[in-house]
Design a protein around this ligand. Structure first.
Ligand SMILES: [Zn+2]
Ligand SMILES: [Zn+2]
Length: 345
């Protein structure tokens, strides 16, 4: 099969012909229909992810059609259209048994622990626990765009924060994660404040659900959010992952508010300062969100089918595999609005 591959961290990514994957016991092989290009792939290519063994095929935001079944796989059949969470659970550890496959002790992560979907075919392990049927109304491209960003934001806003109508929600950072969180919070009936330092991203955020915007380069974010929400927000999401956005996201909460960390903390931002005095005095909750379990997808799929959520609005461009191989090493240089999805292999 054709695959985008690198043989050393920060080295060239080339299109190669490699051996087709074979299904493992309990697994399947998918013909990839579409796969998203994500900054997490860039982190992997740089060498930030200890799970990656070289040579490596990236790609973790995928949807496709089952073309081969491994031994023991009877829950799905050849020809099924499916997607899969980027953190897939083993189905048998303590976390999986409690329904929390997103923090499984033995995670299968296509594009990290194993070869991913920047290829014509991808092997998926623990398929019975993790595959999600795609409704006919949802295209491969839309399903791929749910990727890691949209599902992690869905879990953050809907399940971890339990956002409900009338809540004030602040979203720090209007990249793919942040825009997803804004759309989801608005769909759940919240009043949404978008924060970024880029006016064009803030303008776009208003077209997909933000009610108010704050430019952090021009205003004091904590004061501005507190003023707009008359005392602080019920829910705040750090969708970027920096010391500043993490601090602001906790400090702009109202009493008993919930901070959800979605943006990954890496490099110099690895150990952020936390205003712990506010956490204690105001009984704040500080939580993370790390993907979403396959069994939690149907609620989100229904919202997409009914048009309450329109993740396709966050797709910026459909590109061929060759272009993804060229763009991936530059992902730290461009921060344009919209997710790039590969749908030609
Ligand atoms: Zn597990
Ligand atoms: Zn991703």
């Amino acid at each position: 099969m054709k695959a985008a591959l690198y043989t050393k961290f920060q080295g060239p990514i080339t299109i190669e012909t490699v051996t087709d994957p074979k299904p493992v016991t309990g697994g399947v092989v998918l013909k990839v229909g579409a796969t998203g290009l994500c900054r997490s792939d860039w982190h992997g290519w740089v060498g930030h992810d200890i799970d990656i063994e070289l040579p490596h095929v990236p790609g973790h935001e995928l949807a496709g059609t089952i073309v081969e079944l491994g031994a023991g796989m009877n829950k799905f059949k050849i020809g099924d259209r499916v997607t899969v969470p980027f953190v897939s659970g083993c189905g048998s550890c303590e976390q999986c048994n409690s329904g929390n496959q997103q923090v499984c002790d033995h995670q299968f992560q296509p594009g990290f622990t194993h070869w991913g979907s920047f290829a014509e075919y991808v092997g998926i392990h623990y398929a019975g626990t993790n595959l999600v049927h795609l409704p006919d109304e949802i295209s491969f491209e839309t399903a791929a765009s749910l990727g890691c960003r949209f599902i992690t934001s869905f879990r953050a806003v809907a399940h971890q924060a339990k956002t409900t109508g009338g809540n004030w929600v602040a979203v720090h950072g209007c990249g793919g994660v942040g825009l997803s969180a804004i759309m989801i919070a608005e769909a759940l009936g919240a009043q949404v404040i978008a924060i970024d330092i880029d006016d064009s991203k803030l303008a776009f955020s208003k077209t997909i659900g933000a009610h108010y915007t704050v430019n952090g380069a021009k205003e004091n974010v904590i004061d501005a959010v507190r003023e707009i929400s008359k005392g602080g927000v019920h829910v705040s999401v750090d969708a970027l992952g920096s010391k500043t956005t993490c601090f602001n996201s906790i400090a702009n909460l109202r009493k008993r508010g919930k901070h959800i960390q979605v943006g990954l903390m890496a490099g110099n931002d690895y150990l952020p300062e936390i205003p712990m005095h506010l956490v204690v005095a105001n009984e704040l909750e500080v939580m993370g969100s790390h993907g979403m379990q396959a069994h939690a997808y149907p609620e989100m799929m229904e919202m997409i089918k009914s048009g309450k959520l329109q993740p396709e609005k966050l797709i910026g461009e459909l590109i061929p595999l060759e272009e993804a191989a060229n763009l991936l090493p530059k992902m730290n240089e461009f921060q344009g609005v919209g997710v790039k999805v590969i749908n030609r292999f």
